[in-house]
Design a protein around this ligand. Structure first.
Ligand SMILES: [Zn+2]
Length: 577
């Protein structure tokens, strides 16, 4: 594993990897961009080719190319390894049959085996093929989406996997088979039976679950059946189709969110490959709290713009507004596309692919959409106002920017005739009730504000040493001396990425050659001043309890001498201006 990592790092540069996702510009010996991990207007995201690292001074994101891919693709370390190994042309040693193969990669393997089984079964079953064709799905789409069929038998998948050496325990753990409570000689049976099967992959394209659509509608069976939640399949963290859509979402700078598997497949077939599907995941309030770790959170790493296109019935509208609220709380710009006539996107695309593009083009900002749906109900003024308060204003309230909020309130007021001042009062109650959920609440920033000036100076000076590889060299004696052996050791024992971050910070402030000698001397003097001041303040506090005693006199003497030192340094500093 370690060898693979080193080999990949040797073959790829961090600039190429990061540059594949965000637009980098040169800034001295570093590259700079607007951070893909938080919302910002001025770039504070830096990549250091020399140290192979990235750091954001806005939100504190930092790491190497593996960390970067993990975060931006929403995958774990193995997912990032797979992506980068492919890019670097490094072959990861195949591990089948390997005793110490880790459990997780075995789980991916069994799911891959199941996918192949379903794919082959679809090729054999004419009835299932006829169903797929009747929904307007082209054979090439079947192949791209890796659609399959689960035979109408109780144990066909299990028998197949058993023959390939998988155990019941492994099949059960990955949600492929279930155990019946009944007393029987063979308690296990396939989860998916007589269904067209859509494999659900994580962001890096590994199958983690399945969704099965019933072939012949049966009022006693659910239309769609999804895999149970497993270690690999956390419903709120997966968006169906993201692995195939992510590249296009980044290029187009917007994503289309549909509800069902069919909608997604058809939207891709119609050429809108930036489409993902919520696929029946409960977009719940918990998602708002889990924020960036949810499926929608993954999209925010690719774009801030989303069009929600759900079914145009009452349930679809409700679900769309729920999804919109979550997306807005993640700082996204949300529009809603609305197909009149109660059809779902898959049906529209099947009959009239061009109409679909038009519907998306006419997508409305979510607040307008919600207000218009209310106006359609032709409510009395009082009920309309209540409707706005309950359904529209909570959406407005999730918006982080006060300016945007006020702009939205104006739109709502113009559309409905409710006074802006009334709306403002209502929204204040909402934000007070719930606490404001904004993206910035969630981001773990570097607590620079909480840092003492002494520590900030130390960090800066250490960054200078580290950035210029002067740690073990002469020539920066003043800095090393003033930091002191203890503090040097402390900073030196930080993880490399933290050291690199400090060095990058210096470079962003002073350019690639670092600060000039004069600035460095100033920093050294300032650090000495801060330390002297801290020592003097400590003595000052101690003196208060020791006044009048011999110890108090000694402390006073020391206090005065430290004060003198401080004024000497201050004089030195001001004479140098
Ligand atoms: Zn950031």
């Amino acid at each position: 594993m370690k060898d693979h990592v080193e080999e990949i790092k040797h073959k790829l540069s961090v600039v190429d990897v990061v540059g594949g996702y965000v637009k980098l510009e040169r800034a001295g010996k570093n590259m700079r961009a607007r951070c893909p991990f938080h919302n910002e207007k001025t770039p504070s995201f830096y990549v250091s080719p020399e140290r192979g690292s990235f750091v954001c001074f806005g939100c504190g994101a930092k790491g190497d190319m593996f960390t970067f891919v993990e975060r931006i693709e929403g995958v774990d370390f193995f997912g990032a390894l797979k992506t980068l190994a492919e890019r670097a042309g490094v072959e990861l040693t195949p591990t089948r049959g390997d005793k110490d193969k880790n459990e997780r990669s075995r789980e991916f393997e069994i799911l891959e085996d199941a996918t192949i089984f379903f794919e082959n079964e679809l090729k054999k079953n004419e009835l299932a093929q006829a169903y797929v064709a009747s929904r307007g799905i082209a054979p090439s789409t079947v192949q791209i989406m890796r659609m399959g069929y689960a035979p109408a038998e109780w144990r066909s998948l299990r028998t197949y996997l058993k023959a390939r050496g998988w155990s019941d325990g492994e099949m059960e753990k990955t949600g492929l088979i279930k155990r019946t409570d009944k007393q029987t000689s063979d308690p296990f049976y396939d989860v998916f039976r007589d269904r067209v099967v859509f494999p659900i992959a994580d962001a890096s394209g590994r199958v983690v679950a399945f969704s099965g659509r019933i072939v012949v509608d049966d009022p006693k069976a659910p239309k769609y059946l999804n895999s149970p939640e497993t270690d690999l399949y956390r419903k709120s963290r997966i968006l169906y189709g993201l692995d195939k859509a992510k590249q296009r979402i980044r290029e187009m700078d917007y994503a289309i969110l549909v509800e069902g598997q069919m909608d997604l497949v058809m939207s891709h077939q119609a050429g809108l490959r930036n489409t993902v599907a919520s696929s029946g995941t409960a977009l719940s309030d918990e998602e708002i709290r889990d924020g960036e770790y949810t499926g929608l959170g993954l999209i925010t790493r690719l774009t801030k713009n989303i069009i929600i296109a759900f079914d145009s019935d009452a349930a679809g509208t409700k679900a769309a507004l729920r999804a919109a609220k979550i997306a807005m709380s993640l700082g996204m710009d949300v529009k809603v596309a609305f197909a009149r006539g109660g059809k779902d996107p898959a049906e529209i695309i099947q009959t009239e692919p061009k109409a679909w593009a038009q519907i998306l083009k006419e997508a409305q900002p979510v607040v307008e959409f919600a207000t218009e749906r209310l106006l359609e109900k032709k409510l009395a003024h009082k009920d309309l106002h209540r409707g706005i308060r309950d359904e529209v204003l909570p959406l407005v309230a999730t918006n982080e920017s006060a300016l945007d909020r006020s702009r939205m309130l104006n739109v709502v007021s113009t559309m409905t005739g409710v006074k802006v001042s009334d709306l403002e009062q209502d929204i204040m109650n909402i934000t007070e009730d719930r606490g404001h959920v904004t993206p910035s609440n969630r981001i773990i920033g570097m607590p620079v504000e909480n840092m003492s000036r002494e520590e900030r100076l130390e960090r800066m000076l250490f960054g200078i040493l580290y950035g210029q590889n002067k740690l073990n060299m002469n020539g920066e004696n003043d800095i090393q001396e003033v930091l002191g052996a203890g503090r040097l050791l402390h900073y030196n024992s930080l993880p490399d990425i933290d050291k690199s971050m400090l060095a990058t910070h210096v470079e962003t402030l002073y350019g690639e050659d670092g600060p000039q000698l004069k600035d460095k001397i100033d920093m050294v003097l300032n650090l000495t001043l801060e330390r002297t001041k801290r020592k003097r303040d400590e003595i000052g506090r101690e003196m208060r309890t020791a006044i009048g005693s011999p110890r108090g006199d000694a402390l006073l003497k020391e206090f005065e001498s430290l004060s003198k030192e401080m004024s000497d340094i201050t004089n030195k500093l001001s004479s140098r201006q």
